[in-house]
Write a protein that binds this ligand. Structure first.
Ligand SMILES: Cc1cc2nc3c(=O)[nH]c(=O)nc-3n(C[C@H](O)[C@H](O)[C@H](O)COP(=O)(O)OP(=O)(O)OC[C@H]3O[C@@H](n4cnc5c(N)ncnc54)[C@H](O)[C@@H]3O)c2cc1C
Length: 259
């Protein structure tokens, strides 16, 4: 087993709402990771609250009168740097070789194998594999160069941060929708709330620093803005995008050249 984790070094922060559905718990359980995740003290979210542009809301629970019984009654939420490190350690414990600070790229797609170049500051190697998973992010170079990604017309940007002292946080994740985007709130344990604002790309302000832009956009979500009046941001505001729906099929199997 071989894994090229990143052009960066771990642990690294990643703009993400950091919430895992109950179905993800099944996978983490199968990998034997739940005790280590539990030891961190993640949040357990029992459902989602959706708030519309008019302020009207509803709450849906994973386990409810609808009769559906999820794998667990809650979804886990925890910082990505913690989760990603635990997953990488588990992979390494099972024999994966981890290369960090390297750049991976597609070299050859043949009927029998895929070749990937892996270049570091002082290293260069070619890895031949039967299956390549392009987990290299939103603008996956490997997916793009292999013709596996499809761009849609929807173009959005996200601004993500961690805050403490957000009032009214409970055991459900929240999505507040406006006409130009939405803001997601989720407690991720230890009194910290993940706040992710997603807006249309044409709302970007290249002059503003992310923190200032974040504060301006928040005023478009009156309930959240009120609940964050006394909140303190404990990580930088990280921006990511542009993004839209992307083809999820980022697996590269040997096949006809170029396919
Ligand atoms: C605003 C927002 C909120 C989200 N919320 C959630 C959520 O709540 N729950 C959820 O499950 N998902 C969420 N997602 C989606 C989730 O963050 C991504 O789908 C997931 O992280 C993608 O995983 P990935 O491994 O492809 O990329 P990433 O996690 O982005 O990791 C890519 C890694 O590849 C490295 N890399 C890039 N190019 C190369 C290269 N050429 N060679 C080597 N390494 C390279 C990067 O440095 C990085 O370390 C959210 C995404 C956004 C934008």
């Amino acid at each position: 087993m071989w894994s090229c984790s990143s052009a960066q070094h771990s642990p690294r922060s990643k703009p993400c709402a950091e919430y895992l559905s109950p179905e993800a718990t099944r996978v983490l359980d199968r990998l034997g990771l739940l005790p280590r995740i539990d030891a961190f003290g993640p949040a357990r979210l029992t459902g989602m609250r959706i708030v519309g542009p008019s302020g009207k809301d509803f709450v849906g629970h994973f386990r409810g009168e609808h009769g559906f019984r999820p794998y667990s009654d809650y979804g886990l939420a925890l910082p990505r740097d913690v989760l990603d490190t635990l997953i990488a350690e588990a992979a390494a414990a099972r024999g994966a070789q981890l290369r960090e600070g390297v750049l991976a790229d597609i070299r050859t797609v043949s009927p029998d194998y895929v070749e990937v170049t892996v270049n570091g500051a002082r290293s260069a190697e070619v890895v031949r594999a039967r299956l390549v998973v392009a987990a290299d992010g939103l603008n996956s170079r490997i997916a793009r160069r292999s013709g596996l990604s499809r761009r849609h017309s929807l173009r959005r940007l996200a601004l993500v941060t961690h805050a403490v002292d957000v009032t009214g946080m409970g055991d459900v994740g929240e999505m507040h929708v406006s006409k130009f985007g939405y803001v997601g709130l989720a407690t991720i344990g230890h009194g910290v709330t993940n706040v992710a604002i997603v807006v249309d790309l044409d709302r970007r302000d290249q002059r503003a620093v992310p923190e200032q832009w974040f504060a301006e956009l928040l005023t478009g979500f009156p309930e959240v803005a009120g609940r964050m009046e006394k909140a303190r941001l404990v990580t930088p505001v990280r921006a990511v995008g542009p993004f839209g729906p992307m083809d999820d099929t980022r697996y590269l199997r040997p096949g006809p050249a170029g396919g």
